[in-house]
Ligand binder design. Sequence first.
Ligand code: DAH
Length: 339
Amino acid sequence: MESHQDILKQAQEKVLAALSPAALKEIEREFLGKQGAVAGLLASIPSLPAVQRRDVGKNANLLKKAIQQALAERGEALAATSLSAERKGEGFDPSLPPASLMTGSLHPITQVTRELEDLFLSMGYSVIDGPEVELDWFNFEALNIGRDHPARDSQDTFYCDEAGKFSLRPHTSPVQVRAMEKLEPPFRVVAPGRCFRNESTDASHEHTFHQMEGLVVGKDISVGHLIGAMKTLLRGIFHRDVEVRLRPGHFPFVEPGFELDARCPFCNAGCSVCGRTTWIELLPCGLVHPKVLQMSGIDPEVWSGFAFGLGLSRLVMLRYGIDDIRHLLGGDLRFLEQF
Ligand code: DAH
């Protein structure tokens, strides 16, 4: 039988003569593979006289390590040679930029949502979440929108069962109810998220869109608090003071209810964004209806609150000058790559 030394010598010679990584693999197989020389040595141990066994085993392991090391060193040398050959070769241009990495970016809705979350967190609000498939109770009933209420028509959504118990939420307002049922007043929360409506789509309507709901419950909450919070919000979004006005608006879960308009941040005398009126319809809001507080277990004699529903999709469109809501969730990379 060949000695360890002989095997090592043979292996080292072959390794030094190898000219490619493939040749090294072949040598590795020959010496270290299942049928290789080292395996042969190990297999012979049981048939050896007991006194030799230990030494043969030990040497076989040393041999294996030595061959592995020779292979690794030669591998590195080959890689270095091939790199320097490539560099010296024709057509190598060190000034070429490296292959570009494909990096993604955050969706504009995610960017604006995170910015608003930070803003509200700095104002002492908590950010909360609610389900997208929602019970009729939270979507409508507990918001004072009974079975036959006409507001169900303008908020027609996708129903998930024959009985109409579950549906995709048509607004983020159900999270208000979940908050009132769960939290002890006083509290302030915002709830951003996806909403769905059974809607014919056009440049300003989409079956899936985003809102951010806001709810503040405390003692002696008034319209003044609402206006103050909205002005702070607008200052955060547009980085300056923005004039606001309230128009009456009807939503069954607030009383009184308003449409809050902001002075157009893009012009002084009217532009295409504000339809030449200098006002932009920004968000519906109001003081929480006492009946809604009561239904969620909050005593309207002690507590009051205000709520608002910020159209995130609309805000993103305003911010980036996007003229068609269908771009937002269309998934077209030519659109998304711009953010
Ligand atoms: N949830 C309403 C909608 O999507 C918007 C809304 C109106 C939300 C008034 C509010 C509110 O919180 O106070 O049509």
